[in-house]
Design a protein around this ligand. Structure first.
Ligand SMILES: NCc1[nH]cc(CCC(=O)O)c1CC(=O)O
Length: 332
């Protein structure tokens, strides 16, 4: 069979290379290389070039909420994509804002199969959260993680820690300030640092589980999305071949919920969709106040053919429970 798309891509990039925009951290570069390898595997005649782009979030050492919040991880890359300085952009979906529309004329054409969604505990000596005494200091910049720690372990203290994942772990090891970090399992896996995982946190609180701290994942956790210009037909067709349907379903359910909650980047919102063994799509959503002492939660099932409806049902349920109040109360 003639490879029509292959030929189309060769023609499209005959004058140069397919340029892939990415953030510059080791984790981002690893993800970008994964996407580059996929493209090279599919269309070996097309040259692929990684274009590392520093975003305002990477350049700003302080609190992200002071930077204006919206899209600090994506703004500069969005701009390069719209100006056709890059042809695709690779993002952690967790970092793509839910309260602003995607830049006009761009869309996520592919989601790669979802990686582990769970958060993990990293300590110097491998001790778990249960081992940490009252007053121990946990490093995390995530309002979602802080609220859930507050809900289950209000005796622990938390403090913001920023920077690339590898440098956070180095800081934990060397400066003795933090007793533990909470990080994404997927990020550590991409950095080949899974040996540092002291405890994988469950995504649900189960008394039978010894009452361990639960961490409902962030919307989009473990999902790499590939964005392109919708008018760029050959590229959009290529992305469509890479798109993993079950992951795309999860993503649509979770992000519909996030849009309807109008969550800003500083709102403690968690959401996790998955296909259950009986073929239904489930979505678990939670919204917290800052210290986790107040929250709303919803778990609903729906038709896997219509993830958006499930997302909006869970959002409505959360809104009926006062989610909007929780979100506005956490806005700075
Ligand atoms: N906010 C940073 C960020 N964005 C995505 C990941 C990990 C990979 C993922 O969940 O997609 C991380 C690191 C972390 O939270 O520890």
């Amino acid at each position: 069979m003639a490879d029509a798309l292959g030929a189309l891509l060769v023609e499209r990039f005959s004058g140069g290379s397919l340029r892939l925009g990415t953030r510059t951290s080791p984790m981002a570069m690893h993800q970008a290389q994964r996407v580059a390898d996929l493209i090279i595997g599919r269309a070996p005649a097309v040259k692929v070039e990684l274009i590392p782009i520093k975003t305002s979030a990477d350049l700003w050492p302080g609190d992200l909420s002071e930077l204006g919040g919206k899209g600090t991880f994506t703004k500069e890359i969005d701009r390069a994509l719209m100006a056709a300085q890059v042809d695709i952009a690779v993002h952690c979906m967790k970092d793509v804002p839910g309260d602003v529309p995607l830049p006009a004329g761009t869309a996520f054409g592919a989601y790669l199969p979802r990686d582990d969604v769970r958060d993990v505990v990293v300590t110097r000596d491998g001790s778990t959260l249960a081992d940490l005494p009252a007053g121990a200091l946990v490093g995390t910049s995530s309002v979602r993680r802080r609220a859930q720690l507050g809900l289950y372990r209000p005796d622990l203290r938390t403090e913001r820690i920023r920077g690339a994942v590898g440098s956070r772990v180095a800081k934990l090891d060397t400066d003795g300030r933090y007793d533990a970090l909470i990080l994404a399992c997927a990020g550590l896996a991409r950095l080949e640092m899974l040996d540092r995982v002291a405890e994988v946190l469950p995504i649900e609180f189960l008394p039978a589980d010894g009452g361990r701290v639960a961490m409902v994942p962030a919307v989009g956790a473990g999902i790499i999305g590939i964005q392109a210009r919708t008018a760029d037909v050959p590229v959009m067709q290529l992305l469509d071949e890479f798109n993993h349907q079950p992951t795309a379903r999860d993503m649509l359910a979770e992000r519909t919920m996030l849009h309807m909650l109008r969550g800003h980047c500083n709102s403690p919102i968690a959401g996790y969709a998955t296909t259950t063994p009986d073929g239904q799509l489930s979505l678990f959503g939670m919204v917290f106040n800052r210290d986790g002492s107040a929250w709303a939660r919803s778990l609903l099932w729906g038709d896997p053919g219509d993830p958006a409806t499930l997302g909006s049902r869970v959002a409505s349920d959360l809104l009926h429970q006062g989610a909007r109040y929780l979100i506005t109360a956490t806005r700075k």
